[in-house]
Write a new protein. Sequence first.
Length: 103
Amino acid sequence: MLDTLPQGDLVVRVDGELDMATTPSFAETLARADPARRLVVDLTACTFLDSSAVRALTVRAQAATEVGGSMSLVASDDGILRTLEIAGTETLLPVHPTLEAAL
């Protein structure tokens, strides 16, 4: 789900698993978000994250970087955090414990 906050920031909230079956629609949602705007991907309700989802995140983060936008993640689940750590996404995407901290 893609929401626009009152201050203009964009938030994508993920609920459930992000795997090969669900990542294509997730990637489409990310693609609809203007890369020049600030985007926060809220993974607090995400229960699983695979490499296809990590790739979708990094592709969108690179697009934002190219046009002066920004992107960050919200995650608190140890398994999600570990997946992000193994993939090295924290070098490209800041990870925050809450949505409030990301904004």
